[in-house]
Design a protein. Structure first.
Length: 166
């Protein structure tokens, strides 16, 4: 698969993934753009491009230190909808999704990354551990703490696992 074919096939998914991680559509675009530029330079040496590039996006997000103030982007769901229009759903599901995205934005970075990789990308504990460079028990701990935080805030975490509107 050429780099151009990969980008044509995977760009929307990478942007959605980065948008959920960063909770900032503009930062997500910057992260994906930087990652794709670096990936293109060494494209011939990449063995498993989808996994490798997604890991690059995750690492770029986790190492990003330039933001001075945590910004809450209330319109992130609109960007996600524009990237992949939702199917007709009851309005209550949108309210739950908005609440969930807002609460995900309050989680620490590693907890948010673990939750997104588990429930949005359907990765196993060992795959998440490889992405985050930690042990599977740490992944389970991070996800457990994140779900506890979501429960304390009044959000039913099953919204994450039951296919809330995309």
């Amino acid at each position: 698969m050429t780099f151009e074919e990969f980008v044509a096939e995977r760009l929307d998914g990478l942007l959605r993934y980065a948008t959920v991680l960063t909770n900032d559509p503009h930062l997500a675009q910057d992260v994906v753009q930087d990652v794709l530029l670096r990936a293109q330079q060494r494209w011939d040496s990449i063995d498993a491009p989808p996994t490798y590039v997604r890991r690059m996006v995750t690492n770029e997000y986790l190492s990003w230190r330039r933001r001075a103030v945590r910004r809450m982007v209330s319109s992130s769901h609109e960007v996600l909808d524009a990237l992949s229009p939702p199917q007709p759903d009851p309005s209550a599901a949108y309210d739950e999704r908005d609440a969930m995205l807002g609460l995900l934005a309050t989680l620490p970075r590693k907890q948010r990354a673990a939750v997104v990789l588990r429930y949005y990308e359907n990765y196993s504990d060992s795959e998440i551990a490889a992405f985050l460079r930690c042990g599977p028990s740490t992944v389970r701990s991070q996800i457990s703490r994140a779900l506890a935080t979501l429960r304390e805030a009044g959000l039913n975490p099953t919204v994450i696992t039951t296919g809330a509107p995309e």
